[in-house]
Design a protein around this ligand. Structure first.
Ligand code: F6P
Length: 298
């Protein structure tokens, strides 16, 4: 099944328009990642043209794709952390991280684009419960689009002819010994986090941490098991952003039957105070997220 056919039966016309525009942007970004110089902003390509850094370019591509989507009232990008009004009469707010993990591009590791479609035309003052859909594109050996509307997440894969083919109908998370522990520097000061990481090591969990949140969570969704954590300490506070990364990804994992936590409650229960808010996060199977809360609470 192709993406437009899936959306026709599983989505409203308004959400369909937004997701189709996101899929077009993802296709474009995938192409740029494959072909662009990975130089810094201001470098030149072989035609002597000014080159933009890929994260800046991805941001431009994403905004351009939204220009004609009248359903989007405001859009806010991790690159700019401000609300840009696209259409005052639109009904949705769109948050996105156009190229998450961009420092992994030059070493040719997988990276991604994260998006969230917020229902009330604003983000600040809302919680992740206002998200109507969220997901990500993964730029790896294959380009995939993973998102959830009302039911379980699905995966589409970009084909040679530019279409998106449904490749996984239902992504569901159960229990299994796989861990992706972020910010291990925090263990020096955060003894509880260190104990938890030691628990995972002593119980022979398989380590799977790429340094990119999108591929790390994609792995949990596709393998159907595992846990990702990013706790902090005074010297190494949590850096992942509630609006652009944590809330959209937490919703996706929860839609797959997994759980999310900020240490004491679901990520989705956090009301956004400002766009650049950072938060402790654990996402994955229910038992592992419960364990995270138990260890961090002690
Ligand atoms: O800023 C986002 C990010 O690149 C995530 O994609 C990733 O999970 C995290 O940072 C990695 O952080 P660190 O470099 O501390 O391992």
């Amino acid at each position: 099944m192709l993406l437009p056919d899936y959306l026709q039966t599983n989505s409203s016309p308004a959400i369909t328009k937004v997701i189709l525009a996101i899929s077009a942007a993802a296709k474009d970004i995938a192409h740029k990642i494959r072909t662009a110089n990975t130089g810094k902003a201001g470098s030149q390509n072989t035609f002597g043209e000014e080159q933009l850094a890929l994260d800046v370019l991805s941001d431009k591509i994403f905004f351009a794709a939204m220009q004609d989507v009248k359903e989007v009232k405001i859009a806010s990008s991790e690159e700019q952390t401000e609300e840009v009004v696209l259409n005052p009469d639109g009904e949705f707010a769109l948050s996105f991280d156009p190229l998450d993990g961009s420092s992994l591009v030059d070493v040719n590791l997988a990276v991604g684009t994260i998006f969230g479609i917020w229902g009330n035309g604003k983000i600040v003052g809302e919680s992740g419960k206002s998200l109507l859909s969220s997901g990500f594109a993964v730029y790896g050996p294959r380009t995939t689009l993973v998102f959830a509307i009302d039911t379980f997440p699905v995966e589409f894969t970009l084909q040679d002819d530019g279409s998106w083919l449904l490749t996984k109908e239902k992504l569901e998370i159960s229990e299994g010994k796989m861990f992706a522990p972020g910010n291990l520097r925090a263990c020096l000061e955060n003894a509880n986090y260190k104990k938890l990481v030691n628990f995972w090591i002593e119980n022979e969990y398989t380590l799977r941490y790429s340094g990119g949140m999108v591929p790390d969570l994609n792995q949990i969704l596709l393998k159907g098991k595992g846990v990702f954590s990013y706790a902090g300490s005074a010297s190494h506070p949590p850096k992942l952003r509630l609006v652009y990364e944590c809330a959209p990804l937490a919703r996706l994992i929860e839609k797959a039957g997994g759980a999310s936590s900020d240490g004491s409650k679901s990520i989705l229960e956090n009301t956004v105070k400002h766009l650049d808010e950072r938060i402790t996060i654990c996402v994955g199977s229910k038992e592992e997220v419960k364990r995270f809360e138990e260890f961090l609470r002690v």
